[in-house]
Write a protein that binds this ligand. Structure first.
Ligand SMILES: *Cc1c(COP(=O)(O)O)cnc(C)c1O
Length: 385
C-alpha cells in the first residue's frame, strides 16, 4: 500500500471553494436562499432556484467530485436519497445485479419500492464472479456493489466486476460509505457512479444526515443532475455547510480510528470467548488480498461474534463508552446490533446464511483512547462470559 499523503490531505483542506471568493471569508458562505434575483431578464443569473443549484451545495458537490476523482458530484438529503435517485437511471423492465449483503435500506428500496416500478433485482454473493455472470439476463442494465459489505466486511473485486460489466455495457454503481475516498476511489477502478451515506465517516460527527454521488463522465453527470433536480432530493444549505466542515478532518479522524480498529480486531481475535472477528486487516480475512489491491486501508469498522444473542445483549447493556445505536463513522465509537437494528427486517434464516448471527456486534471505532475502549469491552465481555 502506498499513498501520496500530502496530496489527499491538501485536497481535503484546499478543495477550491474553501475561501469565499467575494469576501475572503475562511469558509464557504451559507447561501440561505431559495431563489435568485434576475437583475437583467435578458441575462439571467448563474443560479435561479436552489433546487436546481445553490452555491453552498455546489461547493460541497465539487469537493466530493475532487476527492473521488470524478467529473461531477451531487449532494442529496440522505444516503438513501442519493441511492434512490441514481437507481432511477433505470427504467421499468430493467434488471440490476446487487450484492447480497447490501445495506438494509437499499435492500428495502429494491425489494419493496423499485420492484413495483418493474425494476427487477437479483442478489448475488459478489465475492464470486461466477455468480455475478450467472445472474446476467438480456434486460440487465446495472451492477450495484458495496465493499467492504455490512456487517461482515466481505470484499468484492471492484476491477474484476467492472471489467465484466463493461464487456456487457452495464452501468456500475458502488456504495463507498465504509471506506470513503481517503481509502478507496472506485472510479479509478472503472466504476461509473460512487455513492455515499455522508451521514457516516464523511460527516463524522453524528450530527448531519446526507448523501453524495459522484459520476465518472459528463454525460452521466447530466443524467444524474436531471434526476436530482427532477426528484428534488437535494441537500439543504445548512447541512451542506456542516458536511464540508466535517469532511475537512476526514483523514485525521480515519487515521486515528483505523489504528484503533486494527488493535481492537487483533485483541478480539486473540480471545477464546469470541467466535469470529470480521476485519479486512486481519491476516485470515478471506478478502484481504483483493482489498489491499483496491484500497489504501482497512477502515474503522470491526464486527465480531460473541457467541449468542443472549451474550450480545448483555455486552450491549454493559458497555460504558460507545453509543449503542445504529449508524457508524463518527468521532464517538458506536456499537450496534445488526440482528435487532440494521438487519432486523431480514428473515433469520437469510441472516444466518450471510453470517449475521444473533451474536454479531458491529463496532465503529471513534476517537476515544484505544486503551479505554479495550478496558470497557473487557469488563462488558467478562460480565457475560
Ligand atoms: C447508512 C448507510 C446508507 C444509508 O444512508 P442514510 O444517510 O442513512 O440514508 C447507505 N449505505 C450504507 C453502507 C450505509 O451505512
Amino acid at each position: 500500500m502506498s499513498r501520496d499523503h500530502n496530496q489527499f490531505s491538501t485536497k481535503l483542506i484546499h478543495f477550491g471553494k474553501e475561501v469565499c471568493e467575494h469576501t475572503g471569508a475562511s469558509s464557504v458562505p451559507i447561501y440561505q436562499a431559495s431563489t435568485f434575483h434576475h437583475e437583467d431578464i435578458f441575462n439571467p443569473p448563474a443560479h435561479d432556484y436552489s433546487r436546481s443549484g445553490n452555491p453552498t451545495r455546489e461547493a460541497l458537490e465539487g469537493y466530493i467530485a475532487l476527492l473521488e476523482g470524478g467529473t461531477r458530484g451531487f449532494a442529496f438529503a440522505s444516503g438513501m436519497a442519493a441511492i434512490s435517485s441514481t437507481l432511477l437511471l433505470l427504467s421499468a423492465g430493467d434488471h440490476v445485479i446487487v450484492t447480497e449483503d447490501v445495506y438494509g435500506g437499499t435492500y428495502r428500496l429494491l425489494t419493496s419500492i423499485l420492484n413495483r416500478m418493474q425494476i427487477e433485482t437479483t442478489f448475488v454473493d459478489m465475492t464470486d464472479l461466477n455468480q455475478v455472470e450467472a445472474a446476467y439476463r438480456p434486460n440487465t442494465k446495472a451492477i450495484y456493489m458495496e465493499t467492504p459489505s455490512n456487517p461482515t466486511l466481505k470484499i468484492t473485486d471492484i476491477a474484476a466486476v467492472t471489467a465484466w460489466a463493461k464487456s456487457k455495457g452495464l452501468l456500475t454503481l458502488l456504495d463507498n460509505t465504509f471506506m470513503t475516498p481517503y481509502h478507496q476511489r472506485p472510479i479509478e477502478h472503472g466504476v461509473d457512479i460512487v455513492l455515499h451515506s455522508a451521514t457516516k465517516f464523511l460527516g463524522g460527527h453524528s450530527d448531519v444526515l446526507a448523501g453524495l454521488a459522484v459520476t465518472n463522465d459528463e454525460e452521466l453527470g447530466k443524467r444524474v443532475k436531471m434526476l436530482q433536480n427532477g426528484l428534488g432530493t437535494v441537500l439543504g444549505v445548512q447541512d451542506s455547510w456542516l458536511l464540508m466542515r466535517g469532511m475537512k478532518t476526514l483523514e485525521a479522524r480515519m487515521r486515528h480510528s483505523e489504528v484503533s480498529a486494527g488493535k481492537l480486531a487483533q485483541w478480539l481475535s486473540e480471545r477464546d470467548d469470541i467466535a469470529q472477528v470480521f476485519y479486512p486487516g486481519l491476516a485470515n480475512h478471506p478478502g484481504r488480498e483483493i482489498h489491499e489491491r483496491q484500497s489504501l486501508g482497512y477502515g474503522a469498522v470491526v464486527s465480531f461474534d460473541v457467541g449468542s444473542g443472549e451474550r450480545a445483549k448483555q455486552v450491549l447493556n454493559a458497555v460504558q463508552i460507545p453509543l449503542v445505536a445504529v449508524s457508524l463513522g463518527a468521532v464517538e465509537s458506536i456499537l450496534s446490533y445488526p440482528a435487532m437494528m440494521s438487519h432486523a427486517a431480514m428473515p433469520p434464516h437469510v441472516r444466518a446464511e450471510r453470517g449475521i448471527t444473533d451474536g454479531v456486534l458491529r463496532f465503529s471505532v471513534g476517537l476515544e483512547h484505544i486503551d479505554d475502549l479495550l478496558a470497557d469491552l473487557e469488563q462488558a465481555l467478562s460480565l457475560s462470559r
